[in-house]
Ligand binder design. Structure first.
Ligand code: ZN
Length: 129
């Protein structure tokens, strides 16, 4: 990521997995993507998660191609909406349920308003309010 108030660039990278303990190998802990200096999408962890975890009853996960897009979109929006824990980061594509086919993944009016207020993307702990 490069950012200033007049010019910014974001890029997304498909990667393998996060570190041991967060890679869904032999443990329940996992991270499917991350918003740092690049948006990272952990393809191996995502594949393992979709293949082996059990969706909430009655729900169905999207396929891997759709899941990669949703994780990339979700993580990239963290640059504009901040970390989880506020109402803007729990709705639609930002919801923890965004990999279900039945989930509404649209961006809400309040999320759009927040994005439009921010002059540039920032790493989530440094979000401009
Ligand atoms: Zn998130």
């Amino acid at each position: 990521m490069y950012h200033s108030n007049t010019f910014w660039i974001l890029h997304a990278v498909g990667t393998y997995e996060d570190t041991i303990g967060k890679d869904y190998d032999d443990e329940a802990a996992y991270v499917l993507g991350y918003a740092t200096w690049s948006t990272l999408v952990y393809n191996e962890t995502l594949r393992d998660f979709l293949a082996t975890s059990t969706p909430t009853q009655g729900k169905v996960y999207v396929d891997i191609l759709e899941a990669r897009k949703r994780v990339m979109f979700h993580e990239t929006l963290h640059y504009f909406l901040g970390p989880h824990g506020n109402t803007l980061t729990e709705l639609g594509i930002m919801s923890g349920n965004c990999l279900y086919t039945s989930e509404d993944i649209s961006i809400t009016d309040s999320q759009i308003a927040r994005i439009q207020k921010q002059p540039r993307p920032v790493i989530s702990t440094d979000v401009i309010l």
